[in-house]
Write a protein that binds this ligand. Structure first.
Ligand code: F6R
Length: 234
């Protein structure tokens, strides 16, 4: 596990964007596992900057996102598909057919979970980007009795619903469930890159140095052989 400390969100984002960009340079047809939320926005901006500067070509890159809310159509401005279009896909030359997220509106959610698990396994993710929730969730794997092995539907924790409500007009509009990669799905990535701001310092410490327990889902990262964590002090 490598722990890199940066002073600011901007510095953390630039470093994270450079690591993601380096992966694209090393392997132009790589598979990137991507996250949404506030943490990766600056890293995606850095990737867009590199693309606009002629340093990166996304034409062969494939992406799989960690999760998607249930019940939000792709066009909804809080869906994770919308987020990815807005912050990355719409700004670089990635092919839309090479970008994948779970379908949060699938009629048969179980079948959708099985389809997405197979898709992610088939892609062999080269580098998986992660944020972390204040309760230690990664993807939407909330604290639980067991580590979920595969893609599954999850009921969001009250604290997660509250945290995410900042982006919705009304509390009632926040989806109560999501489809997420399981911890097992995430750990199959060849490399993992986690980013976290200063408000996550306590939970990052627990996850990296505390006991490995499903009560702190990110603690499972201790079981992976190639994890880089970038934290920002401010
Ligand atoms: C997002 C995701 C979540 C977030 C986490 C942190 O795809 O899977 O685990 O990474 O909730 O969110 P932010 O970055 O908004 O604090």
């Amino acid at each position: 596990m490598r722990l890199l400390e940066k002073n600011t969100y901007e510095e953390m984002s630039v470093l994270c964007g450079r690591i993601l960009g380096a992966q694209v340079l090393l392997k132009p047809d790589c598979a990137l596992g991507l996250a949404t939320g506030s943490s990766p926005i600056g890293a995606y901006e850095e990737l867009v900057r590199q693309y606009e500067g002629g340093l990166l070509d996304f034409s062969q890159v494939r992406t799989v996102n960690l999760d998607e809310y249930c019940g939000l159509k792709a066009e909804h401005n809080q869906s994770y598909r919308y987020f990815m279009e807005e912050h990355l896909f719409g700004k670089v030359n990635i092919k839309k057919e090479n970008t994948f997220l779970p379908d949060g509106c699938a009629g048969d959610v179980e079948a959708e979970c099985a389809r997405y698990e197979e898709l992610v396994a088939g892609m062999q993710v080269d580098l998986q980007l992660l944020g972390i929730g204040h309760n230690g969730h990664i993807g939407f794997n909330e604290p639980a009795e067991d580590f979920a092995a595969q893609v599954h539907q999850v009921k969001l924790a009250e604290s997660t619903i509250k945290a995410n409500s900042r982006l919705f007009k009304r509390m009632e509009d926040v989806p109560r469930s999501a489809v997420t990669m399981g911890i097992g799905t995430i750990l199959k990535a060849k490399k993992i890159l986690l980013i976290a701001g200063p408000d996550k310092a306590d939970i990052v410490e627990k996850a990296l140095y505390g006991p490995v327990t499903p009560q702190v889902p990110a603690s499972a990262l201790q079981l992976h052989g190639d994890v880089t964590v970038i934290i920002s002090k401010q």
